[in-house]
Design a protein around this ligand. Structure first.
Ligand code: ADE
Length: 431
């Protein structure tokens, strides 16, 4: 009995082969699809390199309030550079779609190999080690997958494992915060058979512990060839998961049984941690953690002055040629400007303009100013202005307004700055 997960078979999802994207990529055959995205094989026309192109329908995303999921997916994948994680090469967009250009995993789904047989303990260990290396790396960067299952595990041309699809991942924004409450995530997500019991209880959960549970289910499937918790009736399946009601196949070794019992511990507090997995006797055999190079993009992000630099992904999001801002700012909550004045000068001019208009600065950081209109004619509003570096000579000014303050920005503050800035989508005249 194999995990029943039919995929990629519906003919209506086929797209004409050989469509060209931005004169840069040729789209090939459909590799897979979900509710909001389709994944195609493609290749870079210039380098002839194979890629996977994940195409996401903007309308569906916006209408279902999933914009923040896409932002999270970009944020999560951008942070990750590990040999067992599918790399995000670039993000492109037109009016209807956002395209993620991904590393192509030539071996396809590990799941398709599994559906034919179970793995030996040696092979199970090898793939489990690669999985834990990648998951541990993600966790150490505050990224949790939350939808780990064999379908999200691909193989490269050397038969090494690659984790893909961070569409459901959540970023821990409170990495330095000791409060457990802040580390708990509250979204119901994941695939039933791989879902941890604490998610079913809907009381919030720790993203790291949830991933470790899913790794336990995956290891079980590698070794057994079938799911530990399975039933045609979903309620019965949930009951089995909540009680940790599973049995080992007769061929599982005592050492692996011990590890699986610790992974599939229904209590997230006593469940094994990544550090403990790495020191487990069954896991340790032949394990050498990969060396992960320093992440250039992260290194670039902050210079010594604390001024945030932008990278290629941010630049794409801003550029009018393939503007993502309609996806990201559908509520017209702000705008962006370019300027060639020094960032310090820009910040000074913003504060001058705000104070000159009799507005109150409530937060003033080196590269960010927050303004409150108080109870005056503007009512209760905030205006946030952030300065970031785009190139050595150019800064980006991001303006965000809340609570009906758009006009205050447009009619009062903006005219005082317009001589300094160049707007991305056209000339600067007051509008
Ligand atoms: N299916 C989904 N993502 C893929 C990728 N990056 N490579 C190959 N097949 C895939």
């Amino acid at each position: 009995m194999m995990p029943a997960l039919a995929k990629y078979t519906n003919e209506q999802h086929q797209t004409p082969v050989n469509k060209t994207l931005f004169e840069k990529y040729k789209l090939g055959k459909l590799l897979g699809y979900g509710a909001f995205a389709k994944v195609y094989h493609g290749y870079d026309i210039e380098s002839k390199r194979s890629v996977a192109i994940k195409s996401i329908n903007k309308k569906k995303i916006i209408s279902r309030g999933l914009t923040s999921h896409i932002k999270l997916e970009i944020t999560a994948m951008r942070r990750l550079q590990h040999p067992n994680i599918v790399r995000l090469h670039e993000v492109l967009a037109n009016q209807k779609k956002v395209y993620f250009v991904l590393e192509f995993a030539k071996g396809g789904e590990l799941f398709s190999k599994l559906s034919k047989c179970r793995f030996s303990e040696e092979l199970s260990r090898r793939y489990f080690q690669q999985l834990i290396s990648a998951v541990g790396y993600c966790h150490s960067r505050g990224v949790f997958h939350r939808d780990l299952k064999p379908e999200n595990l691909l193989l490269d041309d050397n038969w090494n494992l690659k984790i893909t699809d961070f569409g459901l991942s959540a970023i821990s924004y409170n990495n330095n915060n000791n409060s457990n409450n802040n580390k708990l995530l509250h979204t119901m997500c994941g695939t039933p058979a791989y879902v941890a019991p604490e998610i079913l209880l809907k009381k919030g959960y720790d993203g790291a512990k949830v991933d470790i549970w899913s790794c336990g289910v995956i290891l079980y499937v590698f070794n057994a060839g079938y799911l530990p918790f399975n039933d045609p009736n979903l309620i019965v399946m949930y009951r089995k998961i909540s009680r940790g009601d599973f049995h080992f196949p007769k061929w599982t070794s005592p050492e692996l049984k011990r590890l699986l019992s610790r992974l599939l511990d229904t209590n997230p507090i006593t469940r094994i941690t990544i550090d403990e997995i790495v020191n487990d006797p069954w896991f340790k055999i032949g394990y050498k953690d990969v060396e992960v190079g320093c992440d250039d993009m992260e290194m670039m992000k902050c210079g010594g002055d604390g001024l945030e630099s932008l990278n290629a992904f941010d630049i794409i999001s801003f550029s009018s040629g393939c503007n993502l801002s309609s996806l990201f700012d559908e509520d017209d909550g702000g705008e962006m400007f370019l300027s060639t004045v020094a960032p310090e000068v820009m910040m000074e001019r913003v504060v001058e303009a705000v104070v000159g208009e009799g507005l109150m600065v409530v937060v003033k950081k080196k590269w960010c100013v927050k303004v409150d209109g108080g109870q005056g004619q503007c009512g209760n509003f905030t205006l946030t202005v952030v300065v970031k570096r785009l190139t050595v000579e150019i800064v980006v000014v991001e303006v965000e307004w809340r609570g009906g303050v758009r006009d205050v920005w447009k009619r009062r503050v903006w005219p005082r700055l317009s001589g300094l800035v160049y707007r991305l989508d056209g000339p600067v005249a007051g509008d």
